[in-house]
Design a protein around this ligand. Sequence first.
Ligand SMILES: Nc1ncnc2c1ncn2[C@@H]1O[C@H](COP(=O)(O)OP(=O)(O)OP(=O)(O)O)[C@@H](O)[C@H]1O
Length: 254
Amino acid sequence: MLAVNKHIEQKDFVLSVEGLTVSFDGFKAVSDLSLYVEEQEIRVIIGPNGAGKTTVLDLICGRTKATEGSIKFKGQELTRMNEHQIVHAGVGRKFQNPSIYEDLTVFENLELSYPKGRGVWGALTFRRDAAVIDKVHEIAEMIFLPDKLDMPAELLSHGQKQWLEIGMLLIQDPELLMLDEPVAGMSVAERQQTAALLQRITKDRSVLVIEHDMQFVADIADRVTVLHQGKVLSEGSMERVQNDPKVIEVYLGH
Ligand SMILES: Nc1ncnc2c1ncn2[C@@H]1O[C@H](COP(=O)(O)OP(=O)(O)OP(=O)(O)O)[C@@H](O)[C@H]1O
């Protein structure tokens, strides 16, 4: 039994959530939730409004403290760590609205997010060495902005701002990247590009996404977890959850 657990936690799953519960004044927004994410997996969490999707991401990144349960990331217990320690452990989180520096260029936004740029001396004295410049160019290419490096971020389209923020997380090389509705407000073409982007970045990491756009979910998800009232209602391939009568009743049928 012990050997099986060890195998599950250390080899197969980058993230193991077990019995996770959070109560807000007695209301359980997340209730005895278990969730296992594999290396290189794109997992999408779907479910009706108020199902607890954002709260799950808040719990994983340490923004909200769990009432009960465990969140293991590469064997480390995240429920005992603060937000900063969780980022340092390799968990990146993108919120729904982009939080980029509007008056800085794309280059500067990426450069500021490079981990070495936040050392003891702070970003201002940070030297632009060749490794940083190379990395910024590599990420800019990946997020479809190689020609926009000198452009102030405020002039980017909404979709390009979302990509920039993903780039600002990627430059920190997280092993788990969590995205809350990354394609909201994007054009169809931008959605397709974002799907390609996510597929490419999972060569080195796992991605946990909250999304309502079912076409996008179908394009990217290895597996889908359906939440309802803080619990897992259904889980599996897109095809499986799409045809699950319980899911049709509470979510997809509406
Ligand atoms: N800090 C909080 N205090 C009290 N209640 C909260 C808090 N955070 C979330 N909730 C409640 O928990 C429930 C789950 O909210 P959550 O935002 O996680 O749902 P969601 O599935 O992400 O919904 P949506 O699709 O609308 O974003 C909601 O009823 C919400 O009002």
